[in-house]
Design a protein around this ligand. Sequence first.
Ligand code: DMJ
Length: 468
Amino acid sequence: MRADLSRRGFIGLLGAAGLTGVAAPNALAQPLAEPGHGHWRRLANEVRNETKWAWKQYVAKAFGHDQIKPVSGGYEEFFVPGHPVGLTVVEALDTLWLMELDAEFEQGLAWVNKHLSFDIDAPFQVFETNIRMLGGLLSAYHCVPDPRLLELANDLGTRLLPAFTKSPSGVPYRYANLRTGAVSRPETNLAETGTYITEFGTLSKLTGDKRFYDAAKRAFQVTFDKRSPLDLLPFAVHAETGEFTNRTATVGPPADSYYEYLFDGWKLFGDKDLRSWYDTLIAGILEHQAETVGGHMWFKQVDAFTGALVSREQSELASFFSGLLAEGGDVKSGRAYHDSWNVVQDRYGVLPEGIAYDTLAAISKGNQLRPEFADGAFSLWLETGDELYRHRNATHFRHMVRTSKVRYGYTILDDVTTNPVKRGDFCPGYWWSEQLKYYYLIFGNARRFDYRDHYLSTEGNLFKGAIR
Ligand code: DMJ
C-alpha cells in the first residue's frame, strides 16, 4: 500500500521543571538501522507482537485497573484512587480490533460488559473522561456495534453533561461527580473546554440527543467570540464567567486540542462555523506566533493582545500541530514544523517533554510515552504519501522499544538525557490508543482501516473508517 492517495481525511504545560541546561547529545540519538523498502509489513507485525505481549502482561498483572506499573508489576488508577474504570481496556479496544487481535479484543469487551459502571460518587476530570473513556467506548462501538457499548457511552455522556449545563457561561467545569452531578474547579483552559465536539457529536448522532453536540459547540463559541484583536486566544479561562484569566497564547498544552477539534468538528460533521473559526485562529497563530529560529519553524508563546514574546519553550505535545496544519490545508507549514521536531528526535533519540527551541535544551527531561510526534508523522504521510514519515516513525518506534520496554510492558521515562535513560514506572492509557495504532497503520496495510475516509480523535480513537 502506498500513501499516494490525496487528501485522505485523518485526524489525529510545558512542565515547568526548571531543569534548564544545555542539551547533551544522547547515545540513543545515534542513527538507527531503518527498514528498507518491502520491510514495512514486517515492522507492522513487530508492532502487533509488542501489543499482544504488552496486553498479556496487563491482563496478568493489572486487568481492570486503569494503568499497569510495568516495572514493578503493580497498577494504579488514573481518575480516582480506589475507583478503577478499566482505562487501559477501554483505550486499547479499537487498537486490538484494527490489529486483528480478536481474542484480546473479546477479552477486553467481556470485561467492559461485565464490570464497567459509571455510578461512582467521585469527581472525574471531564476532559480526560471524555477523550479517553467516552471516546474509547464510541470507537469500540464503531468497530463492533455491541449495544452495551453505546448504552455505556450514553450513560457516561449524560453524567458529564452537568459540567456544561450547570455552568452559567456554557464553558464546562473541569470536574463532575459521576453519581451526583456536582461540579467543581471552574478555573479551566482551552483544551479542557474545547475538546468535546467529536465525542459529544458522535453521541448525538447515534442517540438522536442533540444536547451533547450543542453543549460542545456553545463552549467553543464563548471563547472564540472573546478572541483578541490579533485573532489569538489566551489559554486560561474561567467557566463561570467565560472570561480569560491570563493573556498567554500557545499552541501547546493546555490549548492544543482546542484547535484540533475545531478542524475535526468540521471534518466529521461538516460544521462550517467550526471550519471558519479554525481558519481565523490558525491565521492569527501563523501571523503572530510562528517564527524561524536556526532555520527551523517553531511557535512562540505570546501575549494574545500585543503579540509580545512570552516564551520560547515548546512542549513535545505541540508536535501534533504539524499534522493538524497539513490536514487543514497548509502542508508546507506542517512539513516544516515536523522537520523541526525531527531535529529534536535526532538529537535526543526520545523526545524530552519540553525544550527551549532557541537552544534545543531539554527543560523538562522526561518522556511520558508521548504519541504526538508519531501522530504528526502519520497525518503527514496520509496527506503527502512521503515515505520520509514512515522512516521517522520507524525511528520513533525503535527508540521506544529500546528505552521503554521493561519486564511487564512499556514505561514512561523520567530522564531521556542520561545514558542509560532513567525510567519511571507506569504506562499511560493513551499509549494503547495512540502510538501503537499510528505505528501499525503507517507501517502495515491494515485490512480493517479505510485509508481514504476515516476519523481518529485526539486520543487516536476511531469514529469513522472501520472496515468490518
Ligand atoms: C493524549 O491524551 C491526547 O493526545 C491529548 O490530546 C493530549 N495528549 C495526550 C498524550 O500525550
